[in-house]
Design a protein around this ligand. Structure first.
Ligand SMILES: NC(=O)c1ccc[n+]([C@@H]2O[C@H](COP(=O)([O-])OP(=O)(O)OC[C@H]3O[C@@H](n4cnc5c(N)ncnc54)[C@H](OP(=O)(O)O)[C@@H]3O)[C@@H](O)[C@H]2O)c1
Length: 302
């Protein structure tokens, strides 16, 4: 009987995922490969040619899933990030996340949101950023939260930062315009931009059609995809995530619930009224635990 190998550390699994993402982005995963492992010296190992730890296999649908019999900590991490690390460049993959209180608030009523969820969930957000081509937020998140949206807590690239700001009102004094080498893109009503090409190498304006101040999430996704931004991470706030959800463009919806009651505050997801629970959304769901927080990871693609 082969000796069981010792479990790989989260850092090693993370190195594997980052390498996988980069290799997928460069279309360098051999089409014939049915399994991928990780070798401490040589990195990714297709079909176990160098006797590495096999971490993922292709299922019948051609998707990469965790290999059978992995230690549970490895399996938990792989099941969470493999889909994102192996996003095909041929079609968009959109994930949204909100961290909320048990009473459904993502921030206090003055916009204070540091932090609703715990450090383990914040680490998850940084991992999601590193594995995504772009991170998207609504204008009010930039106004109230002044985030940087960079990948600071894990190794990996910063995503392109995208603000949906239909009236192009956000001041350029916010941190998002000052930080990092990665570009920031402002999506606004096209009537407000004379020239929709680059404003500078780090700040770009994308003008799109809008209807009474609303820009179709599908149009946003398609326009970003045309720019080569395939995997999008919609990081809030509640209004922005709700509009992408309502438009039916999400592949995953992640809602992390923290054991806290905020009371009056900014709401998480808000959808149209229903009058019968048979009309409620009940997508397939997997749960993950981050410290005391519980994340409901809905598969919206079916
Ligand atoms: N706990 C968390 O996970 C989390 C995450 C992110 C943010 N937050 C907090 O959430 C709060 C902000 O959330 P929020 O729900 O009030 O606002 P938000 O989603 O951040 O921003 C909403 C605004 O973005 C613009 N927008 C978004 N999608 C659009 C579309 N499809 N078409 C046109 N405009 C669009 C609109 O700007 P206009 O107003 O110009 O119409 C809209 O009012 C902040 O306090 C922030 O700190 C919490």
């Amino acid at each position: 009987m082969p000796t069981p190998r010792s479990a790989l550390s989260p850092d090693t699994i993370w190195d594997f995922l980052c390498n996988l993402k980069q290799t997928t982005a460069q279309s360098e995963i051999p089409e014939s490969a049915t399994s991928i492992g990780w070798h401490a010296d040589s990195g990714l190992d297709f079909d176990s040619q160098s006797g590495s730890a096999v971490l993922t296999k292709r299922n019948d649908a051609g998707d990469w899933v965790p290999a059978e019999g992995l230690p549970s900590a490895e399996w938990d991490m792989l099941v969470l990030y493999l889909a994102l690390a192996t996003v095909s460049k041929e079609k968009p993959f959109i994930t949204a996340h909100l961290g909320q209180s048990v009473d459904g608030r993502i921030a206090a009523s003055n916009g204070s949101s540091h932090y609703v969820t715990g450090p383990e969930n914040i680490l998850h957000l940084h991992r999601m950023r590193a594995l995504s081509d772009a991170v998207v937020v609504g204008a009010r998140t930039v106004e109230l939260d002044d985030p940087q949206l960079t990948t600071r807590k894990v190794s990996g690239p910063d995503p392109v930062r995208i603000i949906i700001d239909p009236t192009n009102r956000i001041s350029i004094n916010h941190k998002i315009f000052a930080e990092a080498d990665t570009p920031t893109l402002v999506v606004c009503d096209k009537r407000l931009v004379g020239d929709t090409s680059a404003s500078s190498s780090k700040l770009r304006i994308l003008g799109l059609d809008s209807d009474e101040g609303r820009i179709s999430p599908k149009l946003i996704v398609d326009s970003l995809f045309a720019m080569g931004l395939t995997s999008l991470f919609i990081e809030g706030g509640g209004l922005t995530v709700s509009r992408f959800l309502q438009a039916g463009v999400l592949h995953r919806l992640q809602v992390t619930v923290a054991p806290v009651l905020i009371g009056d505050g900014i709401p998480s997801i808000t959808l149209h009224k229903i009058f019968d629970l048979s009309d409620a959304l009940r997508p397939p769901c997997r749960t993950s635990f981050f410290g005391q927080d519980v994340m409901f990871n809905f598969d919206m693609s079916q």
